[in-house]
Design a protein around this ligand. Structure first.
Ligand SMILES: Nc1ncnc2c1ncn2[C@@H]1O[C@H](COP(=O)(O)OP(=O)(O)OP(=O)(O)O)[C@@H](O)[C@H]1O
Length: 747
């Protein structure tokens, strides 16, 4: 009774605080709405172009309003009581009261750190940590931890922080979207989230240890602590697939951060879509870093060619001769400038035009300075243009790559490192669709070639640059006339905003449309999958090498490569430091142990990982007949779906059927053909289905409450890492359906 009333008193106390916090949030929102209304009502002097400064300020206020709207849920997460009797509340964002006193600490401030790190063994000056659970704006529960020496007796071996809140979070039904973990970040995770941002940090850990969660919270942490730097350069998040990116796309907004670019590596090259597919061998060949040299060779040897023997022709009736040494000298001068091919071409062409013009002038016994028209004659001479162009061909990356693939002899000349078989493997006719593995090669070529612009585009670009200069002047004027700038928003931000109209103007939009954009920080998820050429692409976009790289080598199809992360990261490996996550918050212990044994039996020893919990009856095996496989899958899925309904409520909870790639289509059809399941299997407009039918590769990074795994031996045959991925997707229950033998160690 006493305990009960103490608890309700605590809830009532916190309810009071929570109301104060939401009142402060509402006040902030109202203040921004008010400013937005004012700015919209003002008439800006709409002189420079069609874009007014009103739009820039409006966008700024709108962004802030969106940020405040996104933190509505679970605004307040906890409280710390200190030895001196002071208390602090920790929340999703920081808030002040009407007297400008801080009432809620942003979880990312240094003062909030003990909320995640203090332990009974090392309490610092914390006496009590309280986790506060809210629903809408109501407090529905509190959980206290007393951090004194006596309390340390009852702790679990894993030293979990806020165990009750953590277990509750883990037991919640999944809804197909990842959620933030800001209320229950564990100490080993917090250390990584707040780690120094310099250099490359590799975070490795077994399945479900929170690598993705930690990487996203780290992005939010860095955006908070380095807002000035990162609000201009931006943060890039790279994930394995569009489905995965959709799965994680709520997390950062719920932490109040939205100006972030997230993409697959393939999406990093604007304007090129990869619709083709490679054989695994071709993809491996194309991923090798030898393509850096091949790209440079191709530009040099295919596009910049020597003249074999002198050529003579006439310009305006004057005889002229272009010699091999004229061409060579012009090429050398152009290369010395260090500019990319298409840009250096201007220097090369100018030198040869001058040479020919001098010859014409000499023949006419005139001084070139007095007869500028001769240069025009040279430029418009078809023969001169032809001879000059042929020795320094302008090209787009796609044109050049198509030539290399289509002509094995040409590729062999540029790529002595590739064997004839390898050259044959990548051979394909011009006009074939671009593949994902082509993208990093195209990026490398784009780097060597520089922008490929038609004359029309060149004129457009010059006009745009002139417009930008005018705009910057204009914004400066308006800022002083509107008395703005004192820390609210700076000139560059405004110019940038004004330069693009409407929704185009966010940093994310501009960065993702620009191949040469460099980011302040890059987060790479499922990093074990990237090829050396893909790493080159990322390195180019982050000259400061401030990166968070998360992954699990054991989840590569063929397991961990010899040489570990250093061999994966290539050139970037030497500067990387490695941190480990060791506790899985997804998969129950029984399933994790079974997965570990199966991999060990297949000759792969995986990183040690401990489960935060176990559940009874979480793993079941059912023998089926190969020729009745589809019916058995349908029955099992129905049974599991009904079980989820019972556990979480009708339609709640997520379910995936993970299958060997070659069975995928048949099983998906069987499920879609069943009247009871068709509804669930159909994908929505975002491509997500309530019941997913996936190969192990497609399931990477995702999680479900229940998984039905079909024919594990065949998944194992695709690669032990694939089976490891497949077995570790469920949070609650794994049903294994098999004909023939189970993989050794599994049962
Ligand atoms: N501290 C935490 N509190 C609550 N839930 C957590 C915590 N850490 C991780 N989780 C949950 O555990 C699950 C697994 O996390 P996450 O997907 O980040 O793991 P991962 O290491 O990236 O896994 P994988 O290697 O399989 O991709 C998620 O549902 C995540 O929300």
């Amino acid at each position: 009774m006493g305990e009960l009333s103490a608890r309700s008193r605590a809830i009532a106390d916190e309810q009071g605080f929570v109301e104060t916090a939401y009142a402060a949030l509402d006040r902030q929102r109202e203040a921004y709405s008010e400013r937005l209304r004012e700015v919209r009502a003002q008439q800006g002097h709409e002189s420079a172009g069609a874009l007014s400064e009103r739009d820039s300020f409006a966008t700024h206020y709108e962004d802030n309003l969106i940020r405040l709207r996104n933190v509505e849920n679970r605004l307040v997460m906890g409280r710390l009581d200190f030895t001196d009797g002071e208390t602090e509340h920790i929340g999703r964002i920081g808030l002040k009261d009407e007297d400008q006193e801080i009432i809620l600490l942003d979880w990312r401030t240094p003062q909030a750190e003990p909320f995640y790190r203090a332990t009974a063994a090392e309490p610092g000056d914390v006496v009590r940590r309280r986790h506060i659970q809210t629903r809408m704006r109501d407090v529905v529960g509190v959980e206290d931890e007393l951090l004194d020496a006596e309390a340390s007796d009852g702790l679990s071996d894993l030293n979990l922080t806020g165990e009750g809140a953590l277990m509750a979070a883990m037991a919640t039904a999944r809804d197909g979207k990842m959620s933030d973990i800001v209320a229950t970040i564990q100490a080993e995770q917090d250390r990584i989230i707040r780690a120094d941002s310099n250099g490359i940090l590799v975070v490795q850990g077994g399945p479900g240890t929170g690598k993705t969660a930690v990487a996203l919270h780290r992005a939010a942490y860095l955006l908070y602590t380095q807002r000035e730097r990162l609000s201009r350069s931006g943060v890039l998040i790279v994930g394995p697939s569009p489905v995965f990116l959709r799965y994680i796309d709520q997390v950062l907004p719920s932490l109040g951060e939205s100006d972030i670019v997230s993409t697959t590596v393939t999406g990093l090259l604007p304007g090129v879509e990869a619709t083709g597919a490679d054989t695994p061998q071709a993809a491996r060949i194309k991923g090798s870093s030898v393509w850096r040299t091949i790209a440079a060779n191709a530009v040099r040897n295919v596009l910049e060619r020597p003249l074999d023997r002198p050529v003579s022709f006439t310009i305006d009736s004057s005889p002229v001769t272009l010699t091999p040494s004229h061409v060579e000298a012009a090429q050398q001068r152009a290369r010395r400038g260090g500019r990319p091919h298409n840009e250096a071409r201007e220097t090369y062409a100018r030198i040869l035009v001058e040479e020919l013009a001098n010859q014409v002038a000499a023949h006419k016994e005139m001084a070139l300075e007095d007869a500028g028209w001769i240069v025009d004659e040279v430029v418009s001479s078809r023969e001169a243009r032809r001879e000059i162009n042929l020795r320094w061909l302008p090209s787009s990356p796609v044109q050049l790559l198509e030539r290399l693939y289509a002509r094995p002899r040409l590729l062999a000349m540029c790529a002595p490192e590739l064997s004839p078989e390898e050259i044959e493997e990548v051979r394909r006719p011009k006009g074939s669709p671009i593949t994902a593995a082509d993208i990093p090669i195209l990026d490398e070529l784009a780097e060597c070639l520089g922008p490929f612009r038609t004359d029309f585009e060149k004129r457009q670009r010059a006009a745009a640059q002139a417009r930008d200069a005018e705009l910057s002047e204009y914004v400066k004027e308006t800022m002083s006339s509107m008395n703005l700038g004192g820390g609210i928003v700076n000139l560059e931000q405004l110019t940038e905003r004004a330069a693009g109209s409407g929704p185009q103007s966010s940093l994310a939009d501009r960065a993702s449309a620009d191949r040469t954009w460099t980011y302040g920080h890059i987060v790479v998820d499922e990093a074990q999958e990237l090829s050396p050429m893909q790493w080159e692409m990322l390195a180019r976009r982050c000259p400061t090498r401030s990166m968070t790289v998360v992954g699990d080598l054991d989840q590569r199809p063929d397991g961990s490569p010899s040489g570990g992360w250093a061999s994966i990261l290539g050139r970037l490996g030497s500067s990387a430091r490695i941190e480990n996550l060791t506790v899985s918050y997804r998969t129950p212990a029984t399933i994790l142990r079974s997965a570990g044994r199966t991999l060990a039996a297949a000759g792969v020893s995986v990183l040690p990982v401990e489960a935060a919990r176990d559940l009874p009856d979480c793993l079941a095996f059912t023998a089926i007949e190969a020729d009745g496989r589809e019916g058995a899958v349908v029955r099992s899925v129905k049974e599991r779906r009904a079980w989820l309904d019972g556990e979480y409520g009708p339609g709640e909870g997520t379910l995936a059927v993970i299958v060997p790639s070659d069975l995928r289509e048949g099983i998906a059809e069987a499920l879609a053909g069943d009247p009871g399941l068709a509804e669930y299997v159909k994908a929505d407009s975002a491509g997500l289905a309530r019941i997913g039918v996936l190969s192990a590769i497609e399931a990477k990074g995702l999680e479900y409450d229940a998984v039905v795994l079909v024919e594990p031996s065949r998944v194992l045959a695709e690669g032990p890492g694939n089976l490891y991925v497949a077995m570790t997707r469920p949070t609650r229950r794994l049903d294994v359906l098999y004909s023939g033998e189970l993989p050794a160690g599994m049962a």
